[in-house]
Design a protein around this ligand. Structure first.
Ligand code: GLY
Length: 349
């Protein structure tokens, strides 16, 4: 088992291990006093893991309740958000009660945003059950929901009280869900640690989660509110979020990020922002890991969605520029250059 403390404004622990969720209640007791805990989960995770968590919470002295919403990115909207808040108010949950976010990135973002806003903020614990959520979404306190215009356009920074990551839960994941995590792990390798790549290929989950969480921890500690350095973690996402949204989420987050990594790497080289073109090597790597790297959307369509990117400040956007596999930097470009950037990234795609 591995433990880290994330030293944000409100520090919290991340615990990574195998078969640890059956003791969730005891781990949570170390940071949250007995209270009512509302477990928020989706319909898939509910069937697999809600009972073990609820039992463990009750044995540790908590009163429990549960809110389940339909699985999938389509649920990450204002209607689900408002239904959850109304249910919690109806149950009489107070400011001293807490939430457990049990599931993947959609559940973590949704339950985290509910926690950030219910009665102006209550405690919550992240229990990620997907590879992607374990290495990225559950750590760092970004919470939010999608608007009709784009991904994660309403949200808050709200750090959890604990992240409890049990990678045995990956045993029940379909391969497409595992691949979402692989894409985020490759992103981490490209921005900061090329030696991760063989471990990703070997499916050494414990090692990869530990390293990705450690990289993310350092970045979030330096830039909790995403004003600079943290934007490195968004590599591939300017284009990736557009692909996801244009496909009405039939292309999963990880599949879209993998495509985005290639487009943005190629564009950075072709714009003359880096001397090294990592796109061919990265394409080989991602294809070998089973990713379909075809794009299927025009530069104009992707540019339109890129204009909703949260890395835009005034008439500029920060883009992640790969200098090599393992080293990236941020560079601001103008929004008119962004159009050219997307176009160049798509050529020969
Ligand atoms: N997923 C990117 C971040 O947390 O900043």
């Amino acid at each position: 088992m591995k433990k880290f403390v994330v030293s944000t404004d409100k520090p919290y622990e991340i615990i990574i291990g195998k078969d640890i969720i059956k003791d969730a209640g005891n781990y949570i007791r170390q940071c949250i006093s007995p209270c009512r805990i509302c477990v928020i989960t989706d319909s898939t995770v509910n069937r697999a893991y809600a009972q073990v968590i609820m039992t463990s919470l009750m044995e540790a002295g908590y009163q429990t309740s549960k809110i389940v919403f339909p699985s999938g990115e389509h649920s990450k909207n204002l209607t689900t958000y408002s239904n959850i808040l109304e249910s919690m108010a109806d149950e009489g949950l107070t400011r001293s009660d807490a939430i457990v976010a049990l599931g993947g990135g959609v559940v973590g973002d949704m339950a985290g945003f509910v926690a950030a806003t219910y009665m102006r903020g209550i405690s919550y614990v992240q229990i990620p059950t997907t590879y992607m959520s374990a290495i990225d979404a559950s750590v760092g306190g970004k919470t939010g929901i999608n608007l009709l215009c784009g991904k994660n356009l309403a949200g808050a920074f709200w750090q959890p009280s604990l992240v409890l990551c049990d990678y045995k839960t990956f045993d029940s994941l379909p391969s497409i869900k595992l691949q979402d995590g692989v894409a985020e792990a490759v992103k981490c390798a490209v921005i900061s640690e090329s030696s991760l790549i063989p471990k990703i290929q070997e499916e050494d989950y414990e090692y990869v989660i530990e390293r990705c969480v450690s990289i993310k921890k350092s970045v979030v500690e330096a830039d909790e509110r995403d004003m600079g350095l943290r934007q490195l973690l968004n590599f591939g996402h300017t284009v990736g979020h557009g692909i996801e949204k244009l496909s009405t989420f039939s292309v999963s987050h990880g599949q879209a990020v993998a495509k985005g990594l290639i487009v943005e790497s190629r564009a950075a080289y072709r714009m003359g922002l880096t001397d090294t073109n990592i796109a061919p090597e990265l394409s080989n790597l991602l294809s070998g890991l089973g990713f379909d790297l075809s794009i299927g959307y025009s530069a104009e369509e992707l540019y339109r969605f890129a204009l909703m990117d949260k890395k835009i400040c005034g008439d500029k956007i920060s883009m992640v520029i790969p200098e090599s596999i393992g080293k990236c930097r941020l560079q601001k470009i103008s929004l008119s250059e962004l159009k050219q950037f997307v176009q160049l990234g798509l050529e020969d795609a």
